[in-house]
Design a protein around this ligand. Structure first.
Ligand SMILES: [Zn+2]
Length: 66
């Protein structure tokens, strides 16, 4: 279930494993289950969403994090 995934509050990256204690991308330990809007960004340099979110790394992200 996607809803069980944790998302980093700092960079909005969706964590790959269920039991991560720190963000795989930025190392933040501020993770939350309270998020919405799953998006995969494959080519950040060509993506409007990526530039809006200030994402530079390809990956899975959450649009909204509370
Ligand atoms: Zn992060």
């Amino acid at each position: 279930m996607m809803a069980d995934r944790l998302v980093c509050r700092d960079c909005h990256r969706v964590q790959d494993a269920d039991e991560e204690e720190a963000c795989v991308a930025c190392g933040s330990t501020s993770l939350t289950e309270d998020w919405a809007g799953y998006v995969v960004i494959a080519h950040p340099e060509e993506s409007e969403i990526a530039s809006e979110m200030e994402v530079t790394e390809p990956g899975q992200y959450a649009l909204k994090v509370r």
